[in-house]
Ligand binder design. Structure first.
Ligand SMILES: [Zn+2]
Ligand SMILES: [Zn+2]
Length: 463
């Protein structure tokens, strides 16, 4: 089998891997680099033009995060015949998220002048999402290509990351041998607040394509989720007690719903006053609705829990309305999670960071070049920070903290997964160079039986 990473490999950019097995061509994910709407943020699809045998029969989307699906409109334009597969829950999510991201991209292009890759019109989205094939977890589906010399079958496994997220097992025959590749995508072995931890196939696995997001984070393995939840609860309580406002920057898919479930728990236990208003907005509200509609058909710790069972108000759209609610102690759950420019969490942070009573608390992964990362740095070293294109550098006076409640596995868990699946070869993806270097060293040390490869954009891997 042949694997070619098409996305940028030196950072968490666009996830996209081309797999060719016995004449069948499969694209594993089709992401867009977070925060980069330009053509440069897309995977290098042109690499596949180099060899006429590198056909695309199928596209498999593992989950609805932008770094895994943002490039899909370009894939549909380039290979309109390809069949597109995902879990049933991801299909529901994309019905809402694809048109929303087309609108967002158009707005950003207007604001920044950056022309991005072609997106789909709302009519086109409607037409293509109708053809998306939604699959049930742990049920085989066929991926054999038109010119495939052997039958290729696949199966999704709940990955414990966000709603609909799944790892993918691909099985086929090659040279008379049965072979198996498992792509973890973004994965979490442990329970979160809404989702149970991930499920994985039984060994043996020939090739494991493993995420490495938190490979450089040595602190996370030394804290438990319960400790982090407790610390977040205390931070919210003390901010509200001094009359401040709490801002929780979150991803609209995943962290938003997990954090609302936590706030609900804190309120029910009397840790946060019942009367404190919680504000939500935009896309996350539509996503929350899909969480609720799929609660009996996707893995949940408590299927009775509903995100809309948590009392929440819609953030007013008008400037005046937003200003008025910023006068009172409240909790604002706003995207984006990394506080990218021109998002609500970024705009709210600009207004709150000069107020010593308020608190900005990160609860998910923040990549190094994101404005959220700049804010965390400035808060820790006392420097000024500029969060957006037009934002004058400002001193950070509010409380800024980071809590480790991510949807990704810590690095020790990822190593334990290698031990459990016992692959012949492990390809490290989805991590900055430092993260993947730690993972490579530790896999080689703890599990020398597997060959470790660092994925590199455009480099052919024969597995
Ligand atoms: Zn993700
Ligand atoms: Zn990702």
């Amino acid at each position: 089998m042949l694997l070619i990473p098409l996305g940028e490999s030196n950072k968490i950019g666009a996830s996209c891997y081309y797999l060719n097995v016995e004449g069948t061509g499969i694209l594993l994910d089709a992401g867009q680099s977070p925060g980069d709407d330009s053509l440069a943020g897309l995977p290098r699809f042109d690499i596949l033009d180099e060899d006429p045998d590198w056909v695309i029969d199928h596209v498999v989307i593992t989950h609805a995060h932008h770094d895994h699906v943002g490039g899909l409109p370009s894939v549909i334009r380039k290979w309109p015949h390809a069949a597109i597969h995902m879990t049933v829950a991801t299909r529901h999510l994309l019905d809402t998220l694809l048109p929303a991201s087309a609108r967002l991209q158009a707005r950003r292009a207007k604001e920044t002048g950056i022309t991005g890759p072609p997106s789909l019109t709302e009519e086109e989205v409607e037409a293509v999402t109708y053809l998306f094939q939604g699959h049930t977890l742990e049920e085989d589906f066929d991926l054999t290509g038109l010119l495939g010399r052997s039958r290729v079958s696949a199966r999704f496994f709940h990955s414990g990351h966000v709603l609909g997220a799944a790892g993918l097992l691909v099985e086929f025959e090659e040279g008379g041998l049965r072979r198996r590749l498992f792509y973890t995508s973004d994965t979490n072995l442990r329970n979160q607040t809404i989702h149970p931890g991930g499920e994985y196939p039984d060994p043996p696995i020939d090739a494991l394509v493993l995420e490495s997001t938190l490979g450089a984070d040595g602190d996370i393995e030394n804290t438990t989720r319960r400790e982090e939840e407790e610390a977040l609860c205390s931070a919210i309580t003390r901010t509200l007690a001094r009359g401040g406002r709490v801002l929780l920057p979150v991803f609209a898919l995943g962290r938003a719903q997990e954090v609302l479930a936590l706030i609900d728990r804190f309120k029910r236990r009397g840790r946060i006053p019942e009367t404190v208003p919680v504000y939500t907005s935009g896309l996350m509200r539509g996503v929350s609705d899909i969480y609720d509609r799929t609660r009996f058909s996707s893995p949940r710790l408590d299927p009775e829990f509903e995100v809309y069972g948590v009392e929440q108000k819609r953030m007013p759209r008008s400037q005046a309305g937003a200003s008025s609610i910023l006068q009172e102690p409240a909790i604002h759950v706003a995207s984006s999670g990394m506080m990218m420019e021109n998002t609500l969490s970024n705009r709210l942070a600009q207004r709150l960071l000069g107020d010593e009573k308020s608190g900005i608390f990160f609860v998910g992964f923040v990549k190094e070049d994101a404005p959220g990362h700049r804010l965390l740095e400035a808060a820790s070293n006392g420097s000024e920070v500029s969060l957006g294109y037009l934002h004058e550098p400002q001193k950070v006076r509010c409380e800024v903290e980071k809590f480790r409640l991510t949807g990704h596995s810590n690095r020790r868990d990822l190593i334990s997964l290698v031990q459990r699946l016992n692959p012949e070869i492990t390809v490290l993806v989805h991590g900055d160079p430092e993260a993947r270097a730690w993972m490579a060293d530790n896999i080689r040390f703890f599990h020398p039986a597997t060959e470790v490869v660092l994925s590199e954009q455009g480099r052919l891997l024969t597995l």
